[in-house]
Design a protein around this ligand. Structure first.
Ligand SMILES: NC(=O)c1ccc[n+]([C@@H]2O[C@H](COP(=O)([O-])OP(=O)(O)OC[C@H]3O[C@@H](n4cnc5c(N)ncnc54)[C@H](OP(=O)(O)O)[C@@H]3O)[C@@H](O)[C@H]2O)c1
Length: 291
């Protein structure tokens, strides 16, 4: 298939580009090739590349920044997504649009199913929810794929931050009152490729298996990186006030992918181990103790 990948320079987009290599005719674009907020730019991308499917990974992802840049967040996450949805409808092209656990409020004890009502508690979540609504109005095949706590090769993510802080400080305090499922970008990219090939419309939840707190995740990163996990100590979210409210429970429960026969996602600890092994080769940590 000729697949247009948006946000191809971002964390997920680059993993998707690698996954599609050799399997599909992937056209990878980012802001330099067109600003998706502009319907003209989107039309030009469609004229030039004639995609049969679009994997939409471009987004405004600064959760705290969105509180003071609501218009920008809405323009990128809602208007740009609507532009793509419209172009896909016109071309009869399928669209997979990546979304977030932050469309949910976080008050469910065990997590959220694919059809639970959206009720975002911050501006980023509101902008992503509006993008979802535009996708659901499509006549061409559409997929909304919600994920959470994404990490993987790229300039900024939780695993890299924890490794850097472990090199700088003796004790790290990490919040233990938010629960979710860390998700490795290459594992999510495999699900996106599966879904594009399958072509079924609907909402899907795609994360690595297992649930943890940021504190559990940080301890595992410390352990995998050869540090004493006891250097990571638990604290509550109110110790680190942020502009955007965070859902306490970000768990995305999945049954739709299983119904389609999508292979199970590996456990987040397995994914973290693979990423830390990758980092050890590509970005060795000088402060690491002997293992
Ligand atoms: N990161 C997470 O923890 C997380 C969690 C749940 C869901 N998600 C979702 O997963 C998807 C991928 O996230 P990510 O972390 O890979 O994002 P990312 O690293 O921030 O990459 C997003 C890419 O989109 C590009 N972009 C921004 N505005 C654009 C525009 N108007 N036109 C064209 N391209 C534009 C960005 O370019 P610039 O960098 O030049 O702005 C960037 O290369 C997003 O839908 C996000 O909402 C992420």
């Amino acid at each position: 298939m000729r697949i247009l990948v948006t946000g191809a320079k971002g964390m997920l987009g680059r993993a998707v580009a690698t996954t599609l290599q050799g399997h599909h005719d992937a056209v990878c674009v980012d802001l330099a090739e067109g600003d998706l907020r502009r319907a003209d730019d989107v039309a030009r991308l469609f004229d030039r590349h004639r995609p049969e499917w679009v994997l939409h990974c471009a987004a405004y992802t600064d959760v705290d920044g969105a509180e003071s840049a609501r218009d920008l967040a809405h323009a990128v996450n809602a208007d740009a997504t609507a532009n793509l949805a419209g172009a896909c409808d016109e071309a009869g092209c399928g669209l997979t649009s990546v979304s977030t656990d932050y469309v949910f409020p976080g008050d469910a004890p065990d997590g959220y199913h694919e059809d639970d009502p959206r009720r975002p508690v911050n501006a980023y979540g509101q902008s992503k929810a509006a993008g979802e609504v535009a996708v659901e109005a499509m006549t061409a095949p559409w997929q909304i794929v919600r994920t959470s706590w994404l990490f993987g090769p790229g300039p900024k993510n939780f695993v890299r931050t924890i490794r850097r802080l472990l090199a700088e400080r003796e004790i790290l305090n990490v919040v233990d009152d938010q629960r979710g499922s860390p998700t490795y970008a290459p594992d999510l990219a495999a699900v996106l490729a599966f879904l594009a090939e399958d072509g079924s419309s609907g909402r899907f939840h795609a994360t690595n298996a297992g649930v943890c707190s940021w504190y559990d995740f940080a301890r595992e990163v410390a352990r995998l990186s050869g540090h004493d996990p006891e250097r990571v100590q638990p604290c509550r979210s109110d110790a680190f006030p942020t502009p955007a409210k965070r859902p306490a429970c970000s768990v995305l429960m999945s049954s739709r992918l299983e119904d389609l026969g999508c292979p199970p996602r590996p456990h987040w600890q397995d994914a973290a181990a693979r990423y830390v092994a990758w980092l050890d080769i590509h970005e060795p940590d000088p402060s690491r103790e002997e293992r």
